[in-house]
Design a binder for this molecule. Structure first.
Ligand code: ZN
Length: 351
């Protein structure tokens, strides 16, 4: 991945290139992005640039041996850590990122803008929460204590540090504080408030900005797979739900709650919550006479304009807060039927 291949966040790319050029390479960096905005792509381009043997005009060459290894995500000095769990694609009893590395590579090469739920699907743990366990810290410490294969930087790209527990963080802490020479940690988070403070406080943080409408469309066009299928399913559920709510049909709304609770995995339920949150924001923008930035698709207009008119002033703010609460409770394994029944009921009452 070269900086030139990245969609959006040109300022961040420039800042990273400058950091590399000036030799002020932070040994621990935390990139905060809204899911799917390209933090991983930026991290990959940055490490590729740092290790490129023939950089040109503030970007890697894409052709030297190091760049070629980076393109296939097989650079021997670049390590990846991401949340995993037991699943049918690994026979390991205590799996680590290593157990699923080939799936990670395949996914990240096809689509470096993947989401957490894409990752879960790729490694076959859709129905389980991914975690970063202490075995992962041991692996990293072992690998970083080996001499670098190349003469450039060793890097650990750590996807979703918010999924690591205290024990893992404690193990890693010393390494993050005082890494071996020419070694860097890049943490990519979607929820900086959940990253353990001990790690967070030792990182230089970088905000990866949300993509513009055009940039997001480019990313979407590049993605493989069945995005549209999921959009159609979620939109059907969401529009049924909102139509029931505004027509004061409580039974209909509760049925929609059951449908959401029966989505096949917690990740899918969270994906629906994110989708519903985006939809509520669209309603809010329409209500605020900001339809031009609501990014409505043509076929959505009638629906969103209709419901925006029928929802009260506080509905959107309250509902977004309620949805965020549900997402955090899904992570804590609260019974999803109860959660979504309660959410729908609250939406019904606050409309
Ligand atoms: Zn190169």
């Amino acid at each position: 991945m070269r900086f030139a291949d990245i969609i959006g966040n040109a300022d961040v790319a420039k800042a990273l290139a400058n950091m590399a050029d000036s030799g002020r390479v932070a040994h621990a960096m935390l990139m905060y992005e809204n899911e799917g905005c390209g933090a991983l792509a930026l991290a990959l381009a940055y490490v590729q640039y740092l290790n490129c043997s023939n950089p040109v005009d503030g970007d890697s060459c894409g052709e030297c041996p190091s760049c070629r290894q980076m393109a296939k995500l097989i650079h021997p000095d670049v390590h990846f850590v991401f949340p995993v769990n037991k699943g049918p694609k690994s026979s390991d009893d205590k799996p680590t990122s290593e157990s699923y590395l080939s799936y990670w590579r395949e996914l990240a090469m096809a689509d470096p803008y993947f989401t957490e739920s894409d990752l879960q699907k790729a490694i076959g743990i859709e129905s389980r929460n991914g975690l970063i366990a202490v075995a992962e810290a041991k692996n990293i410490i072992n690998r970083l204590s080996l001499t670098a294969v190349g003469d450039g930087y060793k890097a650990v790209i750590f996807y979703l540090p918010e999924k690591m527990n205290q024990e893992t963080a404690n193990r890693l802490l010393k390494m993050v504080e005082e890494p071996p020479v020419n070694t860097l940690f890049i943490f990519i988070t979607h929820a900086p408030e959940k990253v353990l403070q001990t790690i967070f406080s030792r990182c230089q943080s970088i905000r990866v900005m949300p993509l513009s409408k055009e940039e997001a469309a480019k990313v979407k066009a590049m993605k493989p797979g069945d995005d549209r299928e999921e959009y159609n399913l979620f939109m059907d559920i969401f529009s049924d739900l909102m139509n029931s709510i505004v027509s004061r049909d409580l039974m209909g709304a509760l049925e929609c709650g059951e449908t959401i609770a029966s989505l096949e995995s917690r990740e899918k339920q969270k994906a629906f919550c994110n989708f519903a949150g985006d939809c509520i924001r669209k309603i809010f923008m329409v209500q605020q006479n900001m339809k031009h930035i609501a990014a409505l698709e043509p076929q959505e207009e009638e629906f969103f304009l209709g419901v925006a008119e029928k929802c009260g002033n506080n509905f959107c703010m309250r509902t977004i807060a309620n949805i965020e609460k549900v997402v955090s409770l899904i992570d804590r394994n609260v019974n999803s039927k109860i959660l979504f029944c309660d959410l729908v009921n609250r939406m019904f009452l606050s409309v």
